[in-house]
Design a protein around this ligand. Sequence first.
Ligand code: NAD
Length: 491
Amino acid sequence: MRSELYIDGKWVKPLRGGVCEVINPATEEVIQTIAAATAEDVDVAVRAARRAFDQDGWPKLFGTQRAKYLRAIAEAIRTRQAEIARLEVIDNGKPLPEADWDIADAAGCFDFYADLAEQLDNRPEEIISLADDRFTSKAVREPIGVAGAIIPWNYPLLMAAWKVAPALAAGCTVILKPAELTSLTALELATIADEAGLPPGVLNILTGSGSIAGQAIIDHKGVDKLAFTGSGPVGSKIMAAAARDIKRVSLELGGKSPFVVFEDADIDEAVEWIMFGIFWNQGQVCSATSRVLVQKAIYERLLARLVAETDKIKIGNGLEEGVLLGPLVSKRQYEQVVAAIEGARKAGATVACGGTRPEGFDKGYYLRPTILTDVPLDSDAWVEEIFGPVVCIRPFESEEEAIELANDSRFGLAAAVMSKDDARAERVAAAFRAGIVWINCSQPTFTEAPWGGYKESGIGRELGRWGLENYLETKQITKYVTDKPWGWYIK
Ligand code: NAD
């Protein structure tokens, strides 16, 4: 397992020799150290990425040629899926079947963008019809340049794939900085890209802290585009840095997504999707449906069933068979989530289940899945992202009230609705102010469909063809086609 920086096709030690510790959240043990890049390393990486883009011809390759590398990466991820999934578990804490799914998705993402890279070759130039027939005009798409991708710790390899795959497909070169808490699978990606023969400088992977390595990437004048997933406050900093140099920017930030369940819903199905919407990945999911609104007639019955099922979730080390809830990613995250539950209690909320460390765990950042009721609408627990296995649930009376409560948030990443009445479900889906809407489910995510938020949940869309657009510029080429002189100065 490599632990250095991957810059310009080589493994190198950080120039200042810094290291970060990697901690297994299930055991609290330091499992290895990795390099901590500084601005000096970022500068070397950006220069390499610039050369690969400006001189070495990566953007000039046919899409089919770039697709070959993407397919080789997808294939290698799949070949090593089991090993990479285990690495994700000891780094992030998530249960192995979830990690397995993430890694398969990451491979699928590289394949999907390989297809789109190939399609770029067949994309006809768009002819623009002009009112003036002395000119012809066409629009062409070109890669933006060097992309700086900064990703969080909740889906380490998958978030890397969501950015690296479309950027490379488009013809951009990339500097990727994984989250300091979970860099191991990104280092594996570097090994895989290297073995796939990706030309030097096309993909550079630098581990290190956000405030030093991340900040150096967003401040570097050689970077043309910033792509970020993570917290709102850091998203703001990234947008401010982008504003300074007019860098292109796409942001995928947090949410406080609602899940509206109508009285005609099947209670078992609703409970299943509510749980999947908030306890999957320990609730550390930007699109987690953390505010559940249930129509009054079924509220008490649904709540009782939800509490009973939640109490049955098997908690433990993600490598153990049958575990469905692992530890939170870090001590800091654990403490923040516990503090949020405490804050909710103080604000008057009732803890219907969970809220404490599970019995029998003296090591590891474990927390019982938690259901909060009677949560005041103006309390932090209802308004702010908790990013842990904590759901707030409350009753509503009418469709109008449900929509109003659902949209009453400064976030707008996702929203879900459950009802047997299809017309109603479609009506509510249309009324949600959110970028991702699920009907009769919550969380299933597909590489083909656009992903991103309204309001403070972000800017731009990832995945699907929208993900490729993120890394492309539009150029118009206009030609003067008449023999007649222009005749403005020279008559
Ligand atoms: P974060 O925003 O601090 O970190 C995300 C990434 O940004 C990491 O790679 C980090 O190193 C980097 N970063 C931090 N400061 C930076 C800077 N000044 N310049 C450039 N890069 C910088 O998120 P976090 O600490 O991992 O988690 C904090 C909170 O963010 C969570 O509690 C949660 O609410 C939210 N979060 C959201 C998502 C999401 O998918 N929307 C994912 C993870 C975390």
